[in-house]
Ligand binder design. Structure first.
Ligand SMILES: Nc1ncnc2c1ncn2[C@@H]1O[C@H](COP(=O)(O)OS(=O)(=O)O)[C@@H](OP(=O)(O)O)[C@H]1O
Length: 401
């Protein structure tokens, strides 16, 4: 059989855990290894032969029928920059049966970058500090931009693998958004059962735990999927602490900044890419959107910022500025749309006749989901009054009072 589910996560996004949980499902089977790393195939390879090779990594159709396996998984990290640049999405769309779907986990790319660096230091004996590692990756990204065959692709990957918007757009374009599922990393840990039921539905298999004898998701009965750093590699946890608090490898020297990762600097690299993510992630069904709106990284780094950027752009481009004191239904919808308020259908706007009403209807929604987002009006001193007004409105939605 060929797989029906490809994992399109980037490295260090909890993919090992996700794949282990998928394999705990009685109707899902894996390949001969977690990551086949099969896609993209070399463009010179004969496609039919490539598919034969790929098929050989999975059980036969006859075996699958006997065992009751309805879905096959390739945990191949096809969210890597390399896979995307190499054309994996288009190849999969062209060569694999129409049933192929991809599921990917998105983790705060800054945390992911640090995780990659920590892994390289602790496991691969890299001697570069986080700053040096970042500089090299940044340089390589710049060098590789616009070149498909780039010698520094590996060096660029730690940073480039976190540009999720290109991964999502390319997989969505190749397979159609209905055949892709993008999950928040935090929920993998905090809301594992809910995530797994979503994944089961997406994969077309029965819900987890349907039969008493089913193997259970990792949160219930660990099956080796909980590869949290401490569990897997105590040495790495020491470096991780160094990376975030600035302590060196030497425990006595806590003031040494050498090993600290400058999260703000890395964050600045991702900010423009993150800002493009909100529309990609929110145009989905309610259950999934709920998960995203509960994700701290999404609320802080994606939703709030993209909202502001959209506001600025639309206000600048439009001569017809949104007047803050006008709250006709069309304007309300436009405002809510601009704010990424995807629960628009669930809001009762019938009683809303003023801006104040609008705020009071929408605020609880935002407080419940993105309530911890604050300070988003920063930097608005020199912007047109309409934007300031709108920004204040947004801020009143998302700031806990
Ligand atoms: N269940 C669960 N939920 C959330 N996060 C988890 C989970 N299991 C593992 N992890 C964290 O994910 C990081 C490892 O990711 P991967 O398994 O994708 O790594 S790898 O690329 O396959 O090496 C690694 O992150 P860091 O600890 O920051 O390095 C793991 O701690």
């Amino acid at each position: 059989m060929l797989p029906t589910i490809l994992v399109a996560s980037a490295p260090k996004t909890g993919s090992t855990s996700l794949v282990a949980d998928l394999l705990a499902h009685p109707q899902i089977v894996g390949a001969t290894c977690k990551e086949t790393r099969f896609w993209p195939i070399d463009h010179r390879e004969n496609a039919s032969f490539a598919l034969l090779r790929y098929r050989a990594l999975f059980p036969t159709r006859a075996d699958a029928d006997v065992q009751g396996w309805r879905a096959g998984v390739d945990g191949g990290l096809y969210g890597r920059w390399r896979s995307i640049r190499g054309g994996a999405p288009a190849q999969v769309a062209a060569l694999m049966p129409k049933v192929t779907r991809v599921v990917g986990v998105l983790r705060d790319p800054v945390a992911r970058f640090i995780s990659v660096w920590v892994g390289a230091v602790a496991r691969d004996d890299l001697e570069a500090t986080c700053g040096k590692f970042y500089d090299a990756a940044l340089d390589a990204v710049a060098e590789c931009r616009g070149m498909l065959a780039c010698e520094r692709e590996r060096e660029a990957a730690p940073l480039a693998d976190g540009i999720y918007v290109s991964t999502i757009r390319q997989w969505n374009a190749a397979l159609g958004p209905e055949r892709t599922l993008w999950l928040p990393h935090g929920a993998l840990h905090d809301d594992a059962d809910r995530v797994l039921q979503l994944v089961a539905r997406f994969a077309g298999v029965q819900p987890y735990g349907q039969n008493d004898h089913d193997k259970r998701p990792s949160t219930v009965a660990p099956i080796g999927s909980n590869n949290l750093r401490d569990y897997r590699d105590p040495a790495a946890s020491r470096f991780f602490r160094a990376a975030v608090v600035g302590a060196s490898d030497d425990d006595d020297d806590d003031d040494d900044d050498t090993w600290r990762c400058d999260e703000r600097r890395v964050g600045r690299f991702y900010q423009p890419w993150n800002a493009l993510l909100a529309p990609e992630l929110l145009a989905r069904d309610r259950d999934l959107v709920d998960l995203w709106l509960s994700d701290p990284w999404f609320c802080e780094a994606v939703a709030a910022r993209s909202t502001l950027e959209n506001l600025c752009r639309s206000t600048k481009e439009s001569t017809n500025l949104l007047p803050c004191n006008h709250t006709g239904p069309a304007t309300l919808h436009l405002l809510l749309h601009e704010f990424g308020a995807v629960h628009i259908q669930s809001l009762d706007l019938t009683e809303v006749s003023s801006l104040r009403d609008l705020v009071s209807v929408v605020r609880p929604q935002f407080e419940r989901t993105c309530g911890h987002v604050t300070g988003i009006t920063e930097g608005f001193d020199r912007t047109p009054p309409a934007v300031v007004c709108l920004a204040e409105l947004v801020s009143s939605f998302v700031t806990v009072t």
